[in-house]
Design a binder for this molecule. Sequence first.
Ligand SMILES: Nc1nc2c(ncn2[C@@H]2O[C@H](COP(=O)(O)OP(=O)(O)OP(=O)(O)O)[C@@H](O)[C@H]2O)c(=O)[nH]1
Ligand SMILES: [Mg+2]
Length: 404
Amino acid sequence: MTRNLLAPLAAPQGALRIAARSLPTTGPWLSLVIPTFKERHNLEPLVEQLTQLLDRRLGGNYELIVVDDDSPDGTWELGLQLTRRYPALRVMRRQAESGLSSAVIRGWQVADGQILGVIDADLQHPPEILLQLLAKMQHGTDLALASRHVEGGGVSEWSLLRRTLSRGAQILGLVVLPEVVGRVSDPMSGYFLVRREAIAGPMLNPRGYKILLEVLGRGHIQHIAEVGYVFQERTVGESKVSWRHYLDYLQHLLRLRLHRRLPKRRLSLPLRRFCQFALVGFSGLLVDYSVFYLLFSQWGVGLTTSNVLSAEVAILNNFLWNDAWTFADLSQRQRGWQCRLQRWLKFNLICLAGLVLNTLIVNLLFNLFGVNAYLAKLVAIALVTLWNFGVNLKLNWRVTNVQK
Ligand SMILES: Nc1nc2c(ncn2[C@@H]2O[C@H](COP(=O)(O)OP(=O)(O)OP(=O)(O)O)[C@@H](O)[C@H]2O)c(=O)[nH]1
Ligand SMILES: [Mg+2]
């Protein structure tokens, strides 16, 4: 049994490195790390499900590595007991070090596999999705990612606040680090497989909660595949996510921003698409004014009601045109009225955020810099159009690096 207890590695000296594997090797093909902190009640069912799936798919050609931060509920001890029944299971108990990202990297450092992976221990990541991820890796992709934001993906019962925070974090990531965060639809995912050679060599920073950002930001990832999954609710144990993790995330983004040079073609704009988007925006302006005129001047509806209604009709106009024309190629891939409705709601939200931005810019230019009000409005419209276009492209009609 102690054969399966991995010695805790020395406390981190800053960044950590994953070694390239020496060939030929007799080790397993897949090494899946399961980071745990106080997951005693989830561990056994998870290991059982993974073992059943992987035995069938890979025979004995895999290992499961639990990296536990000396959980007070004795998760590591239970893990060690389980190694009797599950010979592919290995356990690392860490006492000198802690944190999710470093747990994953430490697990990969002692792993023998060619394919390295990570899955949460709390059963929020459905184990069966692993088979689809494996299939993608077997087809030669560098990174196979379980995503909540592609077809078949979603979250089960998240509150509006949680969804907003998650999307807000993604948008922030897109602003600070577009060439990294924008490569995948779900940069916050903690469920993925990556080819060892793609991350062996560069130093990985063990701080932070989002290990995928580190992999995308520092690794040599060319081909990416995504598989949709529904993020399950926890049934046992509790989340370790706290406000501190949001600050960590911001720090992580900035650290990666400093590490990477600014991409040369940072402002490469898909010009044709953008012109279409701008034209549609212009048509929306006409619709807005016409409906406003009808409601307010002809039918005597109140000012605010007329304004809100006309803006909403214009947003609907813009959405329909963009869906059918500007982003037609992308909406073709996500058919069905539910997907459409989702896009429409997101479009509304993005437009609303655009409106807030617009107001801020106009105020800033007019009140602070004394710019003429009409000129300030023109500048704001131009900037907000760019913002609306970029965010819709990345978040709503979504363009990523993922291989189909
Ligand atoms: N080793 C180790 N594992 C951790 C640590 N923090 C969290 N984990 C594990 O990482 C996985 C994800 O942590 P959660 O707290 O569930 O975070 P989440 O799934 O992103 O968010 P929730 O939806 O709120 O649960 C779980 O398996 C945790 O046990 C840590 O500091 N050290
Ligand atoms: Mg969780």
